[in-house]
Design a protein around this ligand. Structure first.
Ligand code: GLV
Ligand code: MN
Ligand code: MN
Ligand code: MN
Length: 408
């Protein structure tokens, strides 16, 4: 048994120091993928890893891999997550997994501890999917879910492509996508939901990730004068959108524990005395059971047809992302459970409601995740909060699980 302990002060300092890159007045972070702020956070991480003598490689879609050699020439055990955030994101989503991984490297370095397998810290590109959809794009390319050309061609709402933004910040690396081998991956993350806090559990032993599907809907009616156009002659795209938004909520509620959200709406021309002629909206459906998502999807298609007919709209609906439910590797899940038990921490099994790079890495290597609570279950919010103690516990479980796996 090892008796290594991570340094919680050093971990907390890293979190607070990097939180200044894109820090918001409300205490969160605004650091969209492939912006100059993302570059600054990447530069910070790269130099921290190089200070430890790690070799940092970057692949063609900007995924970063920092390797600390082990005793054996075998595929590395990976840890990490993502450094990009939502436009009004918090200080912990993704970031905790990366900086706890860095803390592992620092702890091992300080102790002069030699692992059997190399240890690899990963920062995945564009996990959030906020600037460039879909989410988990960098890990998806790595796992062969998307090809590189597809990633490069994704555009933000201003028309800038992923490839242009990547070149602009100087993070298109030479490593071929998918060429970096993974022996296993452990991703530490905040829960982003209320369960652990409500049940007063320190650790979530994550057994899988629910299925996720994203859709884009464009509705076209006719712009006309609001004062002189009788109600019976209108083709109001926003009225159609309102029907769809209400139906998305109803569909999710009738398929528990499914969830459904319209998070982005653009209205044209968005003028108070013009009947809306164009609406663009997005739908996000999630459910642990892929068959239930099929049913929800069918209901959405019927709803859009119906809303189009009722308001006289042309409509286009397409699925832009489908990430099926994932079950994590049982041996790695066990390693996390043993680690929590060994440290005397309370835990429960949990299925992730949020998407994570681990869901795609699971396609190419044994993978699992560790969750820690966050206050009020709040995430994708500047007020997102996980305590010093919770971060310490999560990082210590990560270290123990990695070393347990390394000895097997
Ligand atoms: C990404 O953060 C997602 O879960 O949508
Ligand atoms: Mn995340
Ligand atoms: Mn997120
Ligand atoms: Mn996420």
């Amino acid at each position: 048994m090892h008796n290594l302990t991570i340094d919680p002060d050093r971990l907390w300092r890293s979190i607070m120091e990097t939180a200044a890159i894109g820090g918001t007045p409300k205490g969160g972070i605004s650091r969209l993928a492939l912006t100059d702020r993302d570059r600054q956070a990447r530069d910070w991480l790269k130099s921290a890893c190089e200070d430890l003598g790690c070799t940092v490689t970057v692949d063609e879609v900007g995924n970063m891999f920092a390797v600390r050699p082990g005793r054996l020439d075998v595929p590395p055990i990976a840890v990490g997550s993502h450094l990009d955030t939502q436009p009004t994101g918090g200080k912990f989503d993704g970031i905790l997994g990366v900086l706890a991984g860095l803390e592992l490297l620092r702890t091992l370095d300080e102790a002069g501890y030699e692992t059997n397998a190399p240890l690899m810290l990963v920062n995945w590109t564009n996990e959030e999917g906020s600037r460039f959809s879909p989410a988990m794009l960098g890990s998806g390319v790595h796992a062969g879910v998307f090809d590189r050309a597809y990633a490069d061609s994704r555009t933000d709402r201003q028309g800038v492509t992923f490839g242009e933004a990547l070149d602009e910040i100087g993070y298109r690396g030479p490593a071929k996508v998918g060429s970096t081998a993974f022996g296993a991956m452990f991703e530490l993350h905040i829960e982003q939901g209320p369960i652990l806090e409500a049940e007063e559990k320190a650790i979530g032993v994550v057994t899988g990730v629910q299925g996720m599907r994203w859709y884009e809907i464009a509705l076209t009616g006719r712009e006309a004068h609001t004062g002189s156009t009788p109600m019976s002659l209108r083709r109001d795209a926003l009225v159609g959108a309102a029907r769809i938004i209400g139906a998305v909520e109803a569909i999710a509620r009738t398929h528990p524990p499914g969830v459904g959200t319209v998070g982005l709406v653009e209205v044209g021309p968005n003028s108070r005395n013009v009947i809306p002629g164009h609406v663009f909206l997005t739908v996000d459906f999630r459910h642990p059971d892929d068959a239930a998502l099929d049913v929800m999807e069918e209901a959405l298609f019927a709803t859009v047809e119906e809303a189009g007919r009722a308001s006289g709209l042309e409509h286009a609906l397409r699925q832009v992302w489908n990430s099926p439910a994932v079950a994590f590797d049982p041996a790695l899940v066990d390693a996390v459970r043993r680690a929590a038990d060994g440290l005397g921490l309370s835990w429960r099994e949990i299925v992730s409601g949020a998407g994570h790079d681990a869901a795609y890495v699971a396609r190419i290597a044994p993978t699992t995740m560790i969750f820690v609570p966050c206050a009020g279950g709040l995430s994708h919010n500047e007020a997102e909060a996980t305590s010093y103690e919770e971060c310490r516990a999560g990082a210590q479980v990560l270290l123990a699980a990695v070393l347990d796996h390394d000895r097997r």
